[in-house]
Structures are given as structure tokens and as C-alpha cells.
Design a protein around this ligand. Structure first.
Ligand code: NAD
Length: 470
């Protein structure tokens, strides 16, 4: 029997006040399940519950919150198979990636549980002691996208709870079901009202970002939505963490061993069918290695098995939704019409589902849309350069800056170049790798604030200086 999905408000499972909407499987275009649709009144109820729960949860002990997070991690583990299956069905990724997403959710929850909230002693003299404490903010609103829906919800919710805040979460309407399951697991382990979940799209989203009782928004999604959120959050000066779009460049230096790095380049460009914020999205290759790199990438693309993520042997799933699928198709068609060479892929697959095979596009120029716009899908433009300084300048020439990478056999030389990239994370001989102890965030129009590590944790707190005259 199919399970039912509900909103979570004040510890209760509640039906959507606006009825339901359908969640679609991108591999089959069939309905996965109905999802409850929240009203703004239900959002207000959720915020009221979170605000009320904050009065006591903020004073819960560190030990209590650590234990709650570990019990939540146990709960995610106990439901891992069901969570992975629902992620495949609503998001489209192959099963092995969905399992990795669930595994990551558990690991991040446990890591966050064990983080400490520091108290710094700034002065301790005969007459005076000054301490810097960190206090929770209040109700945190979390708004998540559709690409890594469970993992990103965990990234938002766990540090908020660990530091003593309460949460109202709104998952993407395209992939809400896994996050509803997560919220059910969490709400069993914390007092009523500490964890709430509502659903809907931009209407509910802007009601959250404008809500006077919400103190902070943590948002992962596109840059235009991030800008709308920032404008809307001004009313009560909400704290913001904005993890927005990127258009990450990777530069292969002429000394790189192409055979050794090709697999890493392919995997980090096409991770999650390219629908990863910090995937490699523009590849700059020296003219002496250009053909060799293109040949290797085509070989790897052609070795993929494209299909339904539930099917045995699938390594490459569909694009998550029709809009994104149409965008990828448009960008590749535009490049082709403007003289680029599509070396493999380049056409949607026939039949049901939003299948677009991994597509390598060569002989592109800097002004083509496939280079200037974030494609967020299964295609990679390969761009020729002859001078490294020029490649760095071109890599930095866009208004976003999430990640970047340099690929080389000379680590020291690569590091000097990596540090010139305008981005929040610069990788050497890698890309797109995020870790629970390494702060991650963007510069320029990729947003501000970081997630992960102690620096990420402290974004859910406000400093309070305690000045004691002995
Ligand atoms: P999106 O901005 O369209 O939607 C994200 C979320 O915002 C959804 O839950 C949506 O319902 C909600 N939303 C839409 N309009 C809103 C509004 N006006 N007010 C409040 N909420 C609103 O993004 P998407 O298409 O779901 O995700 C893809 C984008 O996310 C890409 O640009 C990608 O690079 C970015 N992304 C960034 C990171 C990062 O860490 N920087 C991670 C993943 C994805």
C-alpha cells in the first residue's frame, strides 16, 4: 500500500489545507504520489508553533541536543532503503547515488551532533572577565532545491537544531517526499513544534521569507530566488545564508596527465546528471591537449548507461524536470547553431522521461550561452586556451563564484593559480567535493555565508558578549 504524506505542524501530521499536488517521476512522467499543499494560514501555524517551542528548546542542554541528533541519524539509517527509493522516484538519480545521499545525510547529522559551540574568554584579569557566548536566533526558515533534496535539508536543519533554534522547512515542490519523511523522523526525537514542515512553491516561500517571527533564512537555490529572498527578508533584518547558483570553471594546466585526470573531470562535471551546484560547468583546456581531453571525455560519456534510476545497471538518470530538460536542450542547440561541435549526446532520448545523455560540446566560444549561463544539467562545454593567465581571467569573468579547480601534476604551481580563482572553494585535481568539516559557500552572486564545520554552525547563532566587572 502506498504511504500517505502530511505536513508537520507542532508535532502533528496534518493534511494540506489546499489539498494536494502530484509529484512526478522524471524517468516515467508518472505520478509518484500526491503531496499535501499547505496554505499560508498553515505556515503561520507552523511558525507560531516553532516560536512557542523555541521558548524552551533554546535552553535545552548541549548533551540533550547532541543525543537528539544522534537518534535522528539512527532514524535516517533505519529508514535508509525507503528514503533512497523515494529519492530515486521523485528526483531521478540512479539508486547508488540516492544511497550515497542517504549515507551523507547520516554522516552529516552525526558530525553536526558532535560539534561544540564555543565560549571564548576574551579577558580574564583581576577586575574583569569578558566572555563571548553564542546564542540561538529563534525560528529558522529552511528553503531547499530539488537536486540533492535530502542532503541539503540535513545541511540546513541539523546545525539549526544543534544550536538550539527551531525550524520551519519548505522543500522544493518537485521533490518534497523524502524531506517529509525526514521531518517525520526528526519530529519523533524533538519536542512538538521544534521541527515543522510546510509545502508549496514561491507563494509559501515568500510568506516564509517575509514572516516577522522568522529570524533567519537558510536558502539553497538559484540566484534570482536568492535576490528575491534578500529583498523580502529586510522587514525584520533576518539573518541569511544564501547558497546560490554557480558556473564553476576548471582549468587543466598543460603539464597535467590527461589519462589520470579524465575520469575525475567527467565525474565531477556530470555528478547527479550535472545538477549539482558546485559541479564543473566550464572546462578550459590548453590547445596542446585539447583533442586528447575531448576524446577521453567522449569515451567516458559513451560508457554511461542512461535509464531509470531504479533499473539495475543504470549509471545515468534523467534530468529532474521538464523546465531544466528544456534549458539544457536549448543551450546545446544554441551552441550547435553558433558553430560549436557536439561530440556526443546532444539529442534527448525518444520516449517517456526527461532523458538527455551526457553531452560534450567542443569548439565553443566565450560568448555562447552554454558558457555564460549555468546549464545545471548533463552537458559540458570544453573551451580552448593558449595562455594560462588568459584562462584564469576568462574563468573569473562571470558574476558568480561558487567553486573552481585546477588540474595539474605540479601541486605547488597549481595552488598559486587556484588561489587566483574568484570562488568560495578551489580544488586541485578534484572538484565538487564537499565535506562536513570544510566550510562551503560562494562569493560574488553565488551568495554569502558558509555551511559546514564550526564556521557553518555559528551562522545559526548570534554572538553575546558578557562583560563582568568583578
Ligand atoms: P529555485 O531557486 O528555483 O528554487 C529553490 C527553492 O526556492 C524551492 O523550494 C522553491 O520552491 C523556492 N522558491 C522559489 N521562489 C521563491 C521565492 N520567491 N521565495 C522563496 N522561495 C522560493 O532553485 P532550484 O531550481 O530548485 O535549484 C537549482 C538552483 O539551485 C541552481 O541554480 C543551483 O546552482 C542552485 N543550488 C545551489 C547550491 C549551493 O550550495 N550553492 C546547492 C544546490 C543548488
Amino acid at each position: 500500500m502506498q504511504r500517505e504524506y502530511s505536513l508537520i505542524i507542532n508535532g502533528e501530521q496534518v493534511a494540506g489545507g489546499r489539498g494536494t499536488f502530484d509529484v512526478i517521476n522524471p524517468a516515467t512522467e508518472e505520478v509518484v504520489s500526491a503531496c499535501p499543499y499547505a496554505t499560508v494560514e498553515q505556515l503561520n501555524d507552523a511558525v507560531d508553533a516553532a516560536d512557542e517551542a523555541f521558548k524552551t528548546w533554546q535552553y535545552s542542554s548541549d548533551a540533550e541536543r547532541k543525543q537528539a541528533l544522534h537518534r535522528i541519524a539512527d532514524g535516517i539509517e533505519a529508514n535508509a532503503a525507503e528514503l533512497a527509493e523515494i529519492i530515486v522516484k521523485e528526483q531521478g538519480k540512479p539508486m547508488f547515488l540516492a544511497q550515497a545521499e542517504v549515507g551523507g545525510a547520516v554522516a552529516w547529522t552525526r558530525y553536526t551532533a558532535d560539534l561544540e559551540i564555543p565560549v571564548e574568554v576574551l579577558e580574564d584579569s583581576d577586575n574583569k572577565r569578558i566572555e563571548l557566548h553564542r546564542k540561538p536566533l529563534g525560528v529558522v526558515g529552511s528553503i531547499t532545491p530539488w537536486n540533492w533534496p535530502l542532503m541539503i535539508a540535513v545541511w540546513h536543519i541539523m546545525p539549526a537544531l544543534r544550536t538550539g533554534n527551531t525550524v520551519v522547512c519548505k522543500p522544493s515542490g518537485l521533490t518534497p517526499l523524502n524531506t517529509i519523511m525526514l521531518a517525520e523522523i526528526i519530529s519523533k526525537e524533538v519536542p512538538a513544534g521544534v521541527m515543522n514542515l510546510v509545502t508549496g512553491e514561491s507563494g509559501i516561500g515568500s510568506a516564509i521569507t517575509g514572516h516577522e517571527k522568522i529570524r533567519k533564512i537558510v536558502f539553497t537555490g538559484s540566484t534570482p530566488t536568492g535576490q528575491a529572498i534578500m529583498r523580502n527578508a529586510a522587514g525584520n533584518l533576518k539573518r541569511l545564508t544564501l547558497e546560490l547558483g554557480g558556473n564553476d570553471a576548471g582549468i587543466i594546466l598543460p603539464d597535467a596527465d590527461v589519462n589520470a585526470i579524465a575520469e575525475g573531470i567527467f565525474q565531477t562535471a556530470f555528478l547527479n546528471m550535472g545538477q549539482t551546484c558546485a559541479a564543473l560547468k566550464r572546462l578550459y583546456v590548453h590547445e596542446t591537449q585539447y583533442d586528447q581531453v575531448c576524446d577521453k571525455l567522449v569515451e567516458l560519456a559513451n560508457a554511461q548507461s542512461v535509464g531509470d534510476g531504479m533499473a539495475e545497471g543504470t549509471t545515468f538518470g534523467p534530468v529532474q524536470n521538464k523546465d531544466q530538460f528544456d534549458l539544457v536542450k536549448d543551450l546545446v542547440d544554441d551552441a550547435r547553431e553558433n558553430g560549436a561541435s557536439v561530440l556526443c549526446g546532444g539529442q534527448p532520448l525518444e520516449g517517456k522521461g526527461f532523458f538527455y545523455p551526457p553531452t560534450i560540446v567542443a569548439n565553443v566560444t566565450d560568448d555562447m550561452r552554454i558558457v555564460t549561463e549555468e546549464q545545471f544539467g548533463p552537458t559540458l562545454p570544453v573551451i580552448r586556451y593558449s595562455d594560462v593567465d588568459d584562462a584564469v581571467e576568462r574563468a573569473n569573468s562571470c558574476d558568480v563564484g561558487l567553486g573552481g579547480s585546477v588540474w595539474s601534476s605540479d601541486i605547488e604551481g597549481a595552488q598559486k593559480i587556484a588561489q587566483r580563482l574568484e570562488c568560495g572553494t578551489a580544488w586541485i585535481n578534484g572538484h565538487a567535493e564537499v565535506l562536513p568539516h570544510a566550510p562551503f559557500g560562494g562569493c560574488k552572486m553565488s551568495g554569502f555565508g558558509v555551511e559546514f564545520g564550526q564556521e557553518g554552525l555559528l551562522e545559526y547563532t548570534v554572538p553575546q558578549t558578557l562583560n563582568i566587572n568583578k
